[in-house]
Design a protein around this ligand. Structure first.
Ligand SMILES: *Cc1c(COP(=O)(O)O)cnc(C)c1O
Length: 393
């Protein structure tokens, strides 16, 4: 087969070789349950503790504030449902944004059916949540503010520190879905006044099915998963030891030389963006140009369907996405692109490409050359485009 250019790292990533190496012993000989008493279990227990420490240090958190989960969706559910349950006597109002992941939005809709009220904040044309709007939405019965760290579709990085300060000033819990941010940009929970944070291993070259949830000491919410006494009785279930070792190893690798890696990725990202905007007519970049994840490109091309583009890119060995993996299969345009004000017909022609450290400038030249040819071909078949060209002559 010809080469594969994988540009869907926001959907999932490849496991790093050193991550797999670190996991192997715990899939093979060191299979003991870390909660067991005998000597054979000591190594499993020790490695879970070490992994927790690694993650805590990267976030500027305490070890006991890190809980291992099954991934990002679980953390998001825990933050919302746990806070709703624990604070229902104080109030039933939650503030979030219109561009959150469905793990947040669908959980909010579930809570609305349970009698909670949710304010879904608008974003600006670049996908930014305004801290002033967050403050203006606060009511005496507000129990939680949940705003994502960085958007999975358009890559916009939100003003988390400013929102955290507002939450702290009003003494309201602040959760952030950092699934696209952790492992990609630096995060410090104290500096940013974050009370709860969800992250997921498979979004930064760790294994699938493992994540962690940061919960500040002062946050007292109950478990989402009831059962055994694991994770200080707040998250039941036998520890996924290989997964835990894997996520910690992936996190450590991700944050080594982070500045250098970010700079390098952003350079390749910007090179490809510049080429597309310059060489393809009638397209626009979605998301903030500067406050942007170093690996995210999201462009709308007028007069083409995102799906058709993806199929033709696939024939060239290029994996991209249109909207997010969770919504593909449905014909609705992305809720994120609609929230930044794009009309339906333009939102349908979106292409997201999310790079990794492995992506080279040569890869992106190959991709952009193919995009140009594909867009030209698709437009040549579009009656809408033909009309438009006639009118604009
Ligand atoms: C992928 C993703 C999730 C879900 O994480 P899983 O580990 O797959 O459950 C949640 N939020 C965002 C922003 C994501 O990108």
């Amino acid at each position: 087969m010809s080469k594969l250019i994988y540009l869907d790292n926001a959907a999932t990533t490849a496991v790093r070789p050193e991550v797999l190496d670190a996991m192997m012993p715990y899939l093979k000989e060191e299979y003991a349950n870390p909660s067991s008493i005998y000597t054979f279990a000591q190594k499993s227990k020790k490695v879970v503790d070490e992994s927790r420490r690694t993650i805590a240090e990267l976030l500027g958190a305490k070890e006991r504030e890190i809980y291992f989960t099954s991934g990002g969706s679980e953390g998001d559910n825990w933050a919302l449902k746990g806070t709703a349950e624990a604070l229902k006597a104080k109030g039933k109002h939650i503030i979030t944004s219109k561009i959150e992941h469905h793990a947040i939005l669908h959980t909010c809709e579930y809570l609305e059916r349970q009698g909670y009220e949710v304010t879904y904040l608008d974003v600006d044309e670049n996908g930014l949540v305004s801290p002033e709007a967050v403050e203006a939405a606060i009511r005496p019965d507000t129990i939680l503010i949940s705003i994502m760290f960085a958007n999975n579709e358009i890559g916009t990085i939100e003003p988390i520190k400013e929102i955290g300060e507002i939450a702290k000033k009003h003494d309201i819990f602040f959760h952030t879905d950092a699934v696209q941010a952790f492992g990609h940009i630096a995060i410090n929970v104290d500096e940013m006044h974050i009370d709860m944070l969800s992250a997921s291993g498979h979004k930064f070259h760790g294994p699938k099915g493992i994540g962690f949830f940061y919960m500040r000491d002062t946050v007292k919410i109950g478990p989402l998963i009831h059962g055994g006494a694991q994770e200080r009785s707040r998250r039941a279930g036998t520890h996924n030891v290989p997964g835990i070792v894997g996520i910690a190893t992936a996190a450590k690798s991700a944050y080594e030389d982070l500045d250098q890696k970010m700079k390098q990725q952003a350079e390749i990202r910007d090179y490809a963006i510049d080429r597309i905007l310059k060489e393809v007519p009638y397209c626009r970049l979605n998301g903030d140009r500067v406050k942007r994840l170093p690996n995210n490109i999201n462009v709308c091309f007028r007069f083409v369907e995102g799906e058709s583009m993806l199929i033709m890119l696939d024939q060239k060995g290029i994996c991209g996405s249109s909207g997010s993996a969770c919504t593909s299969g449905s014909l609705d345009p992305s809720h994120v692109l609609l929230a930044i004000g794009l009309p339906h017909e333009i939102a349908h022609g979106s292409l997201r490409m999310t790079l990794s450290e492995e992506t080279t400038k040569e890869d992106m030249d190959y991709v952009v050359d193919n995009i140009k040819a594909i867009i030209e071909r698709l437009r040549s078949m579009s009656p809408l485009y033909e009309d438009f060209v006639k009118k604009n002559k």
